[in-house]
Design a protein around this ligand. Structure first.
Ligand code: CP
Ligand code: NVA
Length: 301
């Protein structure tokens, strides 16, 4: 594996290899077994958007793997003043051993990979969030024993999280249902591909979607970069919420996941958030383990 740009680039086997290595690294960390696979390596982390989990888990992850991480805010880089991505990539490729980037356009991530000559990891774009979904798959597997045959239901905005959940879920043998309002559905090509597998449905009926779910997932109604639309979106997404009515139609042992940050009272109630805090915060922890696995797969040569 050279890069992690989007989940559709990975085979089912590659996804399982990452999840297995993540389980092993989690065990080693919990038992203080050293796992310094990336001694002497440096990861650059370019952020064009805010982050808590992605920044901290990648930085700690590199440290625990024996390497270093550099936080590079686009506000301070020349890229923020218009230096082209392909030039930035060619320069950074000479200093670093890998780049993690969080930005708006997927093309920017793909261009970095094309020109940098070093592994590139997508830390979220408007199109997808592969690192988050690898952590989500790891978490569902921990709670359910296996991914095969599980029903994963996503409720809310059909953007980056929904796109990656559909691809990751289907590739791992799950049935995926998305409940999104008209005009806010996931990527057309992803939906078309997913439908062709016979294990995907898209609806605007939240309760119908949630029926017999094994795992329920939601995300903010207004993503980073859409802050100006927040009020309008509150009206459009009203009802696209994980609450006790939704949980009542899911399987009794269903888990709730949220990529975080959460807006309690909008996409999820405070009650559900607290009741399912165990799975939600284990999911956040698993970002660390799964990203360490991705770093090892991409950067240990
Ligand atoms: N879920 C997630 O990516 O969180 P951050 O925005 O805090 O990195
Ligand atoms: N959809 C959200 C995900 C945050 C992890 C956003 O893009 O802001």
């Amino acid at each position: 594996m050279n890069h992690l740009l989007k989940l559709s680039d990975l085979s089912t086997e590659e996804i399982h290899d990452i999840l297995n290595l993540a389980d092993q690294l989690k065990y080693e960390r919990q038992n203080n077994i050293p796992h310094k696979h990336l001694e002497g390596k440096t990861l650059g982390m370019i952020f064009q958007k805010s982050s808590t989990r992605t920044r901290v888990s990648f930085e700690v992850g590199m440290y625990e793997l024996g390497g270093n991480a550099l936080f590079l805010s686009s506000r301070d880089l020349q890229i923020g003043r218009g230096e082209p991505v392909q030039d930035t990539a060619r320069v950074l490729g000479r200093y670093l051993n890998g780049i993690m980037i969080r930005t708006f356009e997927q093309k920017e991530v793909e261009d970095l990979a094309k020109f940098g000559g070093i592994p590139v990891i997508n830390g979220l774009t408007d199109y997808c969030h592969p690192c988050q979904v690898l952590a989500d798959l790891m978490t569902i597997r921990e709670y359910k024993g296996s991914l095969e045959g599980c029903k994963l239901v996503y409720i809310g905005d059909g953007n980056n999280m929904a796109n990656s959940l559909i691809v990751g879920g289907i590739k791992c043998g799950m049935t995926v249902v998305t409940a999104c309002p008209e005009g806010y559905r996931p990527d057309k090509d992803i939906m078309e591909w997913a439908k062709s597998t016979g294990r995907y449905e898209c609806t605007d009926n939240v309760l119908e979607a949630a029926k017999d779910a094994d795992a329920l997932y939601t995300d903010v109604w207004a993503s980073m970069g859409q802050e100006g639309e927040a009020e309008e979106r509150k009206k459009i997404f009203a009802g696209y919420q994980i609450n006790s009515d939704v949980m009542a139609v899911a399987k009794k042992d269903a888990i709730v996941l949220h990529c975080l940050p959460a807006h309690r009272g909008e996409e999820i109630t405070d009650e559900v958030m607290e009741k399912y805090a165990d799975s939600i915060f284990n999911e956040a922890e698993n970002r660390l383990h799964v990203q360490k696995a991705v770093l090892v797969k991409c950067m240990k040569k």
